[in-house]
Design a protein around this ligand. Sequence first.
Ligand code: FDA
Length: 310
Amino acid sequence: MIVDSLSRAFFYGLAGSGTLKKVASRYGLRRRDSFGRRFIAGETIEEAIESVRTIEAGGLRTTLDFLGESVGSSAEADGITREYLAIIARVTDAGIDRNLSVKLTQLGLDVDRVTCIDNLRRILDRTGDNFFIRIDMESSDYVEQTLDVIETLWDQGYRQIGAVLQSYLRRSTDDARRLSALGIRVRLVKGAYKEPASVAFQKKAEVDEAFVRLMRILLDENPYPAIATHDTTMIEATTAYAAERGIGRERFEFQMLYGIRRDLQSSLARQYTVRVYVPFGRQWYPYFMRRLGERPANLFFVFASLLRER
Ligand code: FDA
């Protein structure tokens, strides 16, 4: 676990490097076998739709993630919101799964709450009822604000919106009960950011134990939880608990990330609903670094791919 947190810290350091970002942006997605393509479907919505069609043809569901992180002005947040509106139109035309994962800092959470809520409402008004918008969870500084924005829109009658909870956060048990009591759908993940011990468990065993505890609460109390992990121990704990409690397969789903454990995605999809999180867009570098931080062995294919590029 010490190695785990050191590697996360290391890749977080790299994520801040402007030079690396430039190199990565130049080479990372250029060709189909470029290193970024392992985890990112492409830079454009058309490339993402092509990947989604392949995944859906294999019997899996999808959620699209238009990559990007915090914006610093309401003009930028407005620009991103307009890009989302164009993406929604394109997804609807393409006839693929109507499911998007959105980060609130892209919509102006760091600018001010009202800007962010207004932008999210523009998206929800455009999508209507048969489109689902999952709000991704970012670092711990944003958790309370993120839940507040989701609950505010829920109170205003928007029902096609869901949240994400991270099992590494000490607060998540309370949040799982709070969201479930309202009827808001939750995606459960372990958590991808570097967090201090004051707010987050640091040991893998504690994060996993919390994951199982939260999974049980969500299966019992949440309308339709998404159990998002590639960890077979967590997946087996979920299927065993569902069987023990007589919870049907239509009451929850599994989710996994594009390019990770594709074998497991396909085999699980033969019995359960499995949704693949498909990221695309020009700002792919921070997302990519989080994936490397989870598994430094991934560096191997980055180097192999860079050698091919030369
Ligand atoms: P764990 O890290 O223990 O990995 C279990 C196994 O999965 C590994 O042994 C390996 O085989 C495989 N694996 C995991 N990561 C890999 C990688 N990068 N490369 C190759 N193999 C890998 N986080 C967050 O903070 N906010 C969010 O909104 C989301 N959203 C989200 C959506 C979906 C659909 C998923 C699946 C995950 C997220 N996450 C997230 C990320 C999540 O918090 C977590 O960092 C990753 O899912 C990795 O954790 P696992 O549960 O897979 O377990």
